[in-house]
Design a protein around this ligand. Structure first.
Ligand code: MF3
Ligand code: CO
Ligand code: CO
Length: 274
């Protein structure tokens, strides 16, 4: 993999990894914070009887009110402002009119474009009271993401992230989805490199200051295998086991890593109250 000064690179996928400057970090802090505030706003809105379509509308309105655009809207034929993935849906669930039900767990994934820069983050939400095994899955998935992020430092490699996630998750007797990965982003939504959530330390792409990417592990209670439904988007576990995901957008710094999408209110994972 070769690297290029992002300020000089064309705004498309070029096969080179873009390295960003201090101005770009400042722009990503703004985009990331907006996404985090949007995810904070949704906490009071997830409840039994509420359709995911309503969540989608709230995110659309939030983007409009804050001078941002939902990146997923009209992206590769996708027509919604969020992905809402319930229970055995791994990712890319399409918001619809079906009411959420007590005991469901839902991932809400929001990507906003602010002043041309992408912030991409998702969290899990509990619909009312949820089963103990769902709580465990959510806790393990959040911890997996944070261990992956903690492994990031300049001079390291993308395999350090995957190794940290995989070793932790498999020790909890859960599994890491292979079919979807994190991704470089910035002025683009999905750029090089891929961030695979399994692997071996030291392998993969070198980590350098100025890289922006997401860490977004999908963790299953059962086996890791997924299939995509006939709508072309919705990915589900083949064994119909529960799946969870968290996602942060991060930047590699001279000293380590900066998370752009941290909740300003400290609302990192459920339970979001008491
Ligand atoms: N936000 C998702 C991600 O984390 C991508 C969704 S693309 C869509 O990369 F088209 F499905 F919305
Ligand atoms: Co992403
Ligand atoms: Co996302």
């Amino acid at each position: 993999m070769s690297f290029v000064d992002a300020a000089l690179a064309p705004p498309r996928k070029t096969g080179q990894i873009k390295l960003h400057n201090a101005e770009a970090f400042a722009a990503m802090r703004r985009a990331g914070r907006l996404v985090a505030e949007c995810l904070d706003m949704l906490i009071g809105e997830v409840a039994p009887g509420v359709p995911t379509e309503k969540i989608d509308r709230l995110v659309y309105d939030y983007a409009m009110d804050h001078g941002a655009l939902p990146a997923t809207l009209m992206y590769r034929g996708y027509r919604k402002s969020t992905c809402t993935s319930i229970n055995h849906v791994v990712c890319h669930g399409i918001p619809n009119e079906k009411p959420m039900r007590e005991g469901d767990i839902v991932n809400i994934d929001v990507t906003l474009i602010l002043d041309g820069w992408h912030g991409d983050s998702s969290r899990m939400y509990a619909v009312g009271e949820i089963p103990r095994r769902a709580e465990r899955l959510i806790d393990v998935t959040y911890e997996a993401m944070m261990r992956g992020i903690a492994a990031i430092k300049p001079g390291g490699a993308t395999g350090d992230i995957g190794a940290a996630i995989q070793s932790y998750v498999e020790a909890q007797h859960m599994s890491v989805v292979r079919d979807f990965c994190g991704h470089g982003l910035g002025r683009l939504f999905h750029d090089e490199p891929n961030i695979v959530h399994v692997g071996r330390a030291g392998e993969g792409t070198a980590l350098r200051p100025g890289m922006f990417f997401t860490v977004e592990p999908m963790i299953n209670l059962g086996r890791p295998h997924v299939k995509v439904l006939s709508d072309g988007w919705t990915a589900v576990t083949r064994d119909r086991s529960l799946s969870a995901q968290f996602e942060h957008t991060v930047g590699v710094t001279d000293k380590g890593v900066e998370i752009f999408t941290t909740s300003p209110k400290g609302l990192h994972k459920p339970p979001y109250t008491g």
